[in-house]
Design a protein. Structure first.
Length: 298
């Protein structure tokens, strides 16, 4: 009798084990299916003409969507300083970021830089220009004391960080006491026009915007004088979540790096003012990280 009960218990235990194993397999299979990536949500950092910018990136997103089994969707991330908050709140998969926000995103959001854009002039990097009107009499940083300064945004390398570091190196840490007034224009183009219009004595902006505007209107270049310029920084880099499926990451990188190899890809690139994409690495942002740390120190 005892033997029979033990056998029945063993049989029941074996049944329970098979049932649990079957249930676990079912959960794993269905979890994998439910977590299959159905779309990629990519953010765009704001520029001067956001509508033109969205239209350009939409063409790229449509091209990528045709190359993938999933939809590539775009979203604009409001102001420069709100980019990291927006990335988290909207649960983005990646974003095209300027050098400052890319550096901060690598630190705070565990993102990986994968490709950088190369523009039609075959340039992937830009500099910070500090400029004045030629008739201002300002030739150096020391001449800027007591003047009016226009920055772009605190969350920009070219439009704030580089000038702040330059001042920091000569012992100026309190801008309120050094400048008569300083303010933020919100875009690189606006900062340039503020100096041209006499609303500020000194301005800063990224070189690609400065060169593009002065090329269109040579009179602007004759009125402005560059008094300082930075080393080159990556201009726009696609950064993606490190926890995206590895196969998806590699396919995205491969498609972007090879986009200029096909006629249809080159047609898309020409419409969005790009020449190609190149590989990006975390070391591209080391100098910017050091600059951020320098300004952050008391």
């Amino acid at each position: 009798m005892t033997l029979k009960v033990k056998q029945e218990n063993r049989g029941f235990s074996r049944y329970i084990s098979y049932a649990v194993l079957f249930l676990l397999l079912f959960i794993v299979q269905n979890t994998g299916a439910s977590e299959k990536q159905e779309e990629l949500l990519i953010g765009i950092e704001p520029e001067h003409n956001i509508f033109d910018q969205v239209e350009k990136y939409r063409l790229l997103a449509d091209y990528l969507s045709r190359k993938f089994d999933i939809k590539i969707r775009l979203t604009v991330m409001s102001r420069y300083g709100e980019v990291l908050k927006r990335f988290k709140s909207r649960r983005l998969d990646g974003a095209f970021l300027s050098s400052y926000t890319a550096t901060m995103a690598l630190k705070q959001l565990n993102l990986a830089p994968v490709v950088s854009q190369v523009n039609l002039q075959n340039i992937s990097r830009c500099q910070s220009y500090i400029f004045v009107r030629r008739d201002s009499g300002i030739k150096s940083v020391n001449d800027m004391k007591g003047k009016n300064m226009v920055f772009v945004d605190p969350a920009t390398t070219e439009g704030y960080l580089f000038p702040a570091v330059l001042l920091h190196k000569i012992g100026i840490t309190e801008m309120n006491t050094f400048f008569n007034r300083y303010f933020f224009a919100g875009s690189h183009a606006s900062a340039i026009f503020n100096v041209l219009d006499g609303k500020a004595d000194i301005g800063c902006a990224k070189s690609t915007t400065f060169n593009r505007l002065t090329a269109k209107d040579p009179s602007m270049k004759s009125e402005l004088l560059i008094v300082a310029e930075s080393q080159p920084f990556p201009e726009t880099t696609l950064c993606i979540r490190k926890d995206l499926p590895a196969e998806l990451q590699q396919k995205l990188i491969s498609v972007l790096l090879a986009i200029d190899a096909s006629e249809s890809g080159r047609e898309i690139l020409s419409k969005i003012d790009m020449n190609k994409f190149i590989n990006a690495t975390e070391s591209d942002f080391d100098s910017i990280s050091s600059m951020i740390d320098m300004v952050a120190k008391p």
